[in-house]
Design a protein around this ligand. Structure first.
Ligand SMILES: Cc1ncc(C[n+]2csc(CCOP(=O)(O)OP(=O)(O)O)c2C)c(N)n1
Length: 651
C-alpha cells in the first residue's frame, strides 16, 4: 500500500529513521501510523482494536530505545501491527496473515525486531526475564522491555515471571498496557479492570459498612476513642495505598510508575527517557483505549478485536457468503438447551466467551457462566473442583490454548476420574492465525491420557449428540473437538441422541480400501470416495466418531473384508487418531493389512486460508483421493479390483 500521501511514514523504513525526527513531529507520525493501520486492516482483516491502542506506545518505545539492540518483547503479539509498520514491514502489510505473507503475530524468523515470538498470552515477562538474565551472564549491555496487556496479566504465568523478576532483581522494564479489557466478550466488553477492581474494593458496601461501624464505635469511646479514630484514619489511608495496583507490583519487587496516559506521546517519551537507565525491575502502568482513533472500534472494541475485511467508513464487515452457522454457535446453543434440562451443568471459558460460543450461556444463565480470564490451567482445576461436588462443568476452550492445561487435565481431572466435559473449538488448522493457533495436537495430547474419552463430530448434528453424550457420561473426563468453520448445513433434530462410547459407523460401503476418518475429515473422505469411484476404486468410508476408545469390533469387521486401510485426521500423525488405530490392530493381532496414516506433518504449519492449507497438505477431498489411489497402486495384491494402476487420477 502506498504511503506517498504521508509526510513522515513514507520515510520511516526502520526505527532509526524514526529516531532522527524531532520529538514534536511524533504526534503526526502517530496519526499517520494509525491511518495506515486502519487502511490496511480494512482490506486484509486481522487483529485491529489492540493495535489501534498501542500506536503511541509503539512509537515512543522505538523512539527512546535503540531497537533492535534494545529488545522489545510483546505479549501475544496481536497488538504489534504498528510495530511491524515501523520496523521495515510497511510495504508487506497487505500480505498479513495470508499464505506466504507476514504473520499476524511476531516471529523471530520474520524480523530482527521481533525478539520473541508469541500468539498465546502471558509469556512476555518470563521471556524478558530470561533475555535479561542471558544478557547479564554473557556480559552484554542492552535494555529489555516487556509489553503486556491487562488481559494477559490475568494469566498466572505473568505473575510467576514477575515474582521471579523481583527476586532476581534484573534490569528490565515491564510496560503494562492497561485498556481495561481483560476478556473478549461482547456482552461484557470491559470485563473488570485492574483499576476498577481496587476502586471497587474501596467503595464496596461491606468495606464502607465496616468503616462506619468502626467510626460509630470509636466515637463512643472518649479520648481512647479519638486515638483509635486517628489510627483507623491512618489505616484507611494505608489500605488505599496498599491496595492500589502500584503497591501490588511494588510488593512483587518492581518499582512502579504510573498510571500514564498511553495516548500522550510526549508523556510516554518522557517517562521512558526517565526510567531507561534505572536499575532493577521497573513497571510502567500505561492506560490506553482499545480501538483508539477509529470510532466504530472505540464503540465496540470486542467486535473489532479481530476482524474480517471491513468498510472503512461504517466499520461494517464485508460479509462472507456462508449461509450455515459456525460450529461454535451450534455448540453454544446446544449447551443452553441442555442447561435448561439439567441445572447441574455450568460453562467455563478462559476469556473467550464469544470465540467459544459460551456467550449464549452467559446471556441465558449468567450465574452458570464463568469467565476466568486468560487462565486455562485454572479453568480446568476450577472445573475439577466443581465436578468433585457433583456439578457438570463444561470447559469450552480453543484447542491450542488447552495445551497449557495438560497437567491439570491429567492430575486434577483424569487421575481423580472427575467428570469434566472438554469442548475444544478450533481443532485442526485455523488458517490465518497460523502455527500458534492451529489445533493440531489435541487428539495426541488428549488420547495419551489414561481413561480419557475423545470424540470428534462429523457434522453439526453429531456435535449436538456428542455434547449430550459427554454430559451424560459420568465416568471421568471426556472431550470433543471440532474445527473453526461453518457447519455443513445438515438439518438438526430437536432432541439429542446418546452415543455408545467407542462406537463408529460405516458411512459408505466399499471393498478396495477403507478410509477411516474422524471429525470433519469424514466429509472430505466421502467426497474423495466419490472421486475414486469414477476411477473404479470402491472406497469404504468410516466415521470412527471416537478417537478413543477406538471401535475394535468395527475394525475387526472391516479388516476381515478390506486389507488396505487409510486413516485421515486433521491432527499431527504423531500420537494421533491413526496411531490409536494401529495400537488397536496390534492389540487384536491383526497383521494382514496395510495401513497408511494420513494427517498433519511433524512440522509447524504456516498461516494461510484453511482451504489452501488443507489442499497443500493433501487433506482436502482431492488430496485424500490421491493418497488413497497411490496406496491402491502400491499394494495391488491386497485389493481385488481392476483399475489402471498408472496415470493421473484427476485432470
Ligand atoms: C493462552 C491464551 N488464551 C487466550 C488467548 C486469546 N486472546 C488473544 S488476545 C486476548 C486478550 C488479551 O488481553 P490484553 O493482553 O489485555 O490485550 P488487548 O487485546 O486488551 O490489548 C485473548 C484472550 C490467547 N492469545 N492466549
Amino acid at each position: 500500500m502506498s504511503t506517498s500521501g504521508f509526510n513522515f511514514l513514507s520515510e520511516i523504513n526502520t526505527p532509526d529513521d524514526l529516531r532522527k525526527l524531532d520529538e514534536k513531529d511524533l504526534r503526526t507520525v502517530c496519526s499517520e501510523v494509525r491511518e495506515f493501520l486502519i487502511d490496511c486492516v480494512s482490506k486484509t482483516g486481522g487483529h485491529f482494536g489492540a493495535g489501534l491502542g498501542t500506536v503511541e506506545l509503539t512509537v515512543a518505545l522505538h523512539y527512546v530505545f535503540q531497537t533492535p539492540h534494545d529488545k522489545l518483547v510483546w505479549d501475544v503479539g496481536h497488538q504489534a501491527y504498528p510495530h511491524k509498520i515501523i520496523t521495515g514491514r510497511r510495504a508487506r502489510m497487505l500480505t498479513i496473515r495470508q499464505l506466504g505473507g507476514l504473520s499476524g503475530f511476531l516471529r523471530r524468523d520474520e524480523s530482527e525486531y521481533d525478539e520473541f515470538g508469541a500468539g498465546h498470552a502471558s509469556t512476555a515477562i518470563s521471556a524478558a526475564l530470561g533475555i535479561a538474565t542471558a544478557r547479564d551472564l554473557q556480559g552484554e549491555d542492552y535494555k529489555v522491555i516487556a509489553i503486556v496487556g491487562d488481559g494477559s496479566l490475568t494469566g498466572g504465568l505473568a505473575y510467576e515471571g514477575m515474582n521471579n523478576a523481583g527476586l532476581l532483581k534484573k534490569d528490565m522494564i515491564v510496560v503494562l498496557n492497561d485498556n481495561q479489557m481483560i476478556s473478549l466478550s461482547s456482552l461484557n466488553p470491559g470485563g473488570w479492570s485492574i483499576r476498577e477492581h481496587f476502586a471497587e474494593m474501596l467503595t464496596h458496601p461491606t468495606y464502607n459498612r465496616l468503616k462506619a461501624n468502626v467510626w460509630d464505635l470509636t466515637g463512643k469511646l472518649d479520648a481512647f476513642g479519638d486515638c483509635l479514630r486517628s489510627i483507623a484514619q491512618k489505616m484507611e489511608q494505608g489500605l488505599k495505598v496498599v491496595v492500589t495496583p502500584g503497591m501490588l507490583f511494588e510488593a512483587l519487587g518492581f518499582r512502579y510508575f504510573g498510571p500514564i496516559n498511553g495516548h500522550n506521546i510526549h508523556k510516554l517519551v518522557e517517562i521512558f527517557q526517565h526510567v531507561k537507565d534505572l536499575k532493577g525491575p521497573i513497571l510502567i502502568h500505561v492506560i490506553t483505549e482499545k480501538g483508539k482513533g477509529y470510532p466504530p472500534a472505540e464503540r465496540d472494541a470486542t467486535r473489532l478485536h479481530g476482524v474480517a475485511p471491513f468498510d472503512k467508513i461504517t466499520g461494517e464487515e464485508i460479509k462472507s457468503n456462508s449461509s450455515t452457522p459456525a460450529y461454535t454457535d451450534i455448540f453454544g446453543k446446544a449447551l443452553v438447551e441442555l442447561c435448561e434440562q439439567n441445572p447441574k451443568i455450568v460453562g467455563i471459558t478462559a476469556a473467550m466467551p464469544d470465540g467459544t460460543g459460551l456467550i449464549h450461556l452467559q446471556e441465558k444463565f449468567p450465574e452458570r457462566f464463568f469467565d476466568v480470564g486468560i487462565a486455562e490451567e485454572h479453568a480446568v482445576t476450577f472445573a475439577a473442583g466443581l465436578a468433585a461436588e457433583g456439578m457438570i462443568p463444561v470447559v469450552a476452550v480453543y484447542s491450542s490454548f488447552l495445551q497449557r492445561a495438560f497437567d491439570q487435565i491429567v492430575h486434577d481431572c483424569a487421575i481423580q476420574k472427575l467428570h469434566v466435559v472438554f469442548v475444544l473449538d478450533r481443532g485442526g488448522l485455523v488458517g490465518a492465525d497460523g502455527p500458534t493457533h492451529h489445533g493440531t495436537l489435541d487428539l495426541s495430547y488428549l488420547r495419551c491420557i489414561q481413561g480419557m474419552v475423545v470424540m470428534a463430530p462429523k457434522d453439526e448434528q453429531e456435535l449436538r449428540d456428542m455434547l449430550y453424550t459427554a454430559i451424560e457420561y459420568k465416568n471421568g473426563p471426556i472431550a470433543l473437538r471440532y474445527p473453526r468453520s461453518n457447519a455443513l448445513g445438515v438439518p438438526l433434530r430437536n432432541n439429542f441422541t446418546q452415543y455408545e462410547i467407542g462406537k463408529g459407523e460405516v458411512v459408505r460401503k466399499g471393498k478396495d480400501i477403507a478410509i477411516l476418518a474422524v471429525g470433519t475429515m469424514v466429509h472430505n473422505a466421502l467426497e474423495a470416495a466419490k472421486m475414486l469411484e469414477k476411477s473404479g476404486i470402491q472406497a469404504e468410508v468410516v466415521n470412527m466418531r471416537f478417537i478413543k476408545p477406538v471401535d475394535r469390533e468395527l475394525l475387526r469387521n472391516i479388516t476381515s473384508r478390506i486389507k488396505l486401510l487409510m486413516t485421515v485426521e486433521d491432527n499431527v500423525v504423531s500420537g494421533g487418531f491413526g496411531g490409536g488405530v494401529l495400537e488397536a490392530l496390534s492389540e487384536m493381532n491383526i497383521t494382514n493389512v496395510q495401513v497408511k496414516l494420513h494427517g498433519l506433518p511433524d512440522s509447524f504449519v504456516e498461516h494461510g486460508s484453511i482451504d489452501q492449507l488443507y489442499h497443500i497438505l493433501k487433506l482436502d477431498a482431492e488430496g485424500i483421493a490421491e493418497i488413497a489411489q497411490q496406496m491402491v497402486q502400491e499394494f495391488p495384491e491386497l485389493e481385488n479390483h481392476s483399475i489402471p494402476t498408472t496415470g493421473r487420477l484427476f485432470a
